[in-house]
Design a protein around this ligand. Structure first.
Ligand SMILES: Cc1cc2nc3c(=O)[nH]c(=O)nc-3n(C[C@H](O)[C@H](O)[C@H](O)COP(=O)(O)OP(=O)(O)OC[C@H]3O[C@@H](n4cnc5c(N)ncnc54)[C@H](O)[C@@H]3O)c2cc1C
Length: 384
């Protein structure tokens, strides 16, 4: 089942989509079960994505990217969103959509060459570390401290729920460089794994996104060279904010694609399961459920494409992105739930992909700014 093609994508984007879809069908989907069970996908997968130039779609050729642009990256997220593993979507997406952008946006040429270039070639896995055990929504309250000592910062504190955190060779970390000043006292440091005092304290188990690694990180008198700071000191809060729109679009685009896949699973199942002498697909209640699922997905898709269009055309879109993120992630949860219901008892069984779609979807309303925070963002934009 295919949905109507959106005017936002040109023929070149659709040709690119075919390539990505074939690649994922060959190199990702067949291994999803094994990776879910293992709790991680192999790090070599980054190199496989890099071999197809998929890790640097929005970055310049001088750094190994293709300069194709964000619409191509959105196509990549759509295809990853329907790959059958939220964990693969998360791991590749965290690297591409949230960890590398601050290096590109605020790094010097030397910093871009040091971290972004190997990230684009798949030789360096990166993670973004903002959330702390004390909180994720109120990022102005980040507590991990970075005290200046000559040409180093001495970092102490911890980060949690960090996607790619176990395997990351470098984390882009938001830390407090001034005890006072709330959001005016934060900076972004790139902290490399070998730095003494840096450790992965725990690999975390999760409800969904199981094929991605999620870590708790500890910094104990971790000496990070001042030259690892991105941009000016104490600007970290604004630097982190700068990529929030793209992070939310990544999540929204993936959620719509994932909901579409759940719908397809439900339709396939309803087409074959017979009860009371009829296929489920012939029963009015099931048909109405499926129609409602499709309606929900298309509403979310339109809001998401609208936000994507505004963003790539550099129009103000904070509110529209927040609405897309809410609509898409809540549609994903609702559609996965209904798809599971249509599968009956089989939907609850681990061998059925719909249960994984249901577990994976639940992260959407929590990650990338919770949907409560998104509603707050919308209300603030209304200047009530
Ligand atoms: C699988 C996974 C992967 C993640 N990956 C990363 C990553 O790579 N990097 C990273 O930095 N973080 C990551 N996160 C963290 C994620 O961004 C946070 O979980 C999220 O921001 C929410 O923060 P919190 O969990 O501390 O919840 P809290 O901020 O404690 O919120 C708890 C609840 O209170 C609500 N709430 C809080 N404040 C308000 C308010 N003002 N008004 C109304 N309701 C409010 C929230 O919406 C939520 O429902 C990840 C999380 C998960 C689960």
């Amino acid at each position: 089942m295919t949905s109507a093609r959106s005017a936002i994508f040109a023929d070149e984007h659709e040709a690119f989509r075919d390539t990505v879809r074939r690649f994922i069908a060959k190199e990702v989907t067949p291994s999803v079960e094994a990776w879910e069970e293992a709790g991680e996908f192999p790090s070599e997968l980054f190199k496989r994505f890099a071999a197809l130039d998929l890790l640097g779609l929005k970055y310049p050729e001088s750094l190994g990217g293709t300069d194709a642009g964000k619409l191509y990256e959105a196509v990549l997220f759509e295809e990853l969103g329907r790959c059958g593993s939220g964990g693969v979507f998360a791991g590749i997406g965290a690297h591409v959509a949230i960890a590398t952008p601050p290096v590109f946006n605020f790094g010097s040429e030397a910093q871009r060459r040091r971290w972004l270039q190997p990230a684009i070639s798949g030789d360096l896995v990166m993670a973004l570390a903002i959330t702390e055990p004390s909180g994720g929504s109120d990022i102005a309250q980040v507590e991990s401290s970075a005290r200046r000592d000559g040409d180093h910062y001495v970092v102490n504190g911890s980060k949690t729920f960090i996607t790619n955190g176990v395997r990351a060779g470098a984390v882009v970390a938001l830390v407090r460089t001034k005890p006072e000043g709330g959001h005016h006292g934060l900076s972004i440091l790139v902290i490399e794994k070998e730095t003494p005092g840096y450790s992965v304290s725990r690999k975390l188990n999760k409800l969904g996104w199981r094929a991605s690694d999620t870590a708790e990180l500890t910094f104990q008198d971790c000496r990070v060279p001042v030259e690892n700071r991105l941009g000016p000191e104490h600007e970290g809060f604004y630097q982190a904010l700068a990529n929030f729109e793209w992070e939310r679009i990544w999540i929204a685009v993936g959620a719509v694609a994932s909901a579409q896949r759940s719908l397809e699973l439900a339709i396939d199942y309803a087409a074959n399961r017979v009860q009371f002498g009829k296929r489920l697909a012939e029963m009015p209640v099931i048909r109405h459920k499926i129609a409602q699922m499709l309606l929900r997905i298309e509403q979310a898709r339109h809001l998401t494409y609208h936000a994507l269009w505004l963003h790539v055309n550099r129009q103000p879109c904070t509110k529209e992105v927040a609405m897309a993120k809410i609509a898409a992630t809540e549609a994903d949860v609702a559609v996965a739930d209904e798809a599971l219901q249509i599968h009956g008892g089989y939907g609850y069984m681990m061998e059925y992909p719909v249960q994984r779609a249901w577990r994976d979807a639940r992260l959407g309303p929590i990650g990338a700014g919770t949907n409560e925070i998104m509603r707050d963002v919308i209300a603030r934009e209304l200047d009530l």
